[in-house]
Write a new protein. Sequence first.
Length: 98
Amino acid sequence: MQPAQAKNNGLAIASLVLSLVNIIPCFWLLPLPALLGVIFGFVSRGQIKKTQGKGAGMAVAGLVIGVIFIIIAVAFWAYLKSFDYCVRDGSSYTCYNR
């Protein structure tokens, strides 16, 4: 009889999948899946270190891809914010060109 093989950590798989879901354009402005992928990546790395499990590569890949998408979203928001100077006046916005 052969011993049972260790399986990949489920959170590492979830980290990679959620980070890759951010490729879909509707998540470019608000990268919630990438943020969850980063969180799951950190948690799964901790679990893998404790239990000597498998899936460390997927956890790191999920972390890296998620962080890249978050950085791209922050840069995109900064780029959009740099177009006009807008001030909120009660319930409306007044924008001034620079």
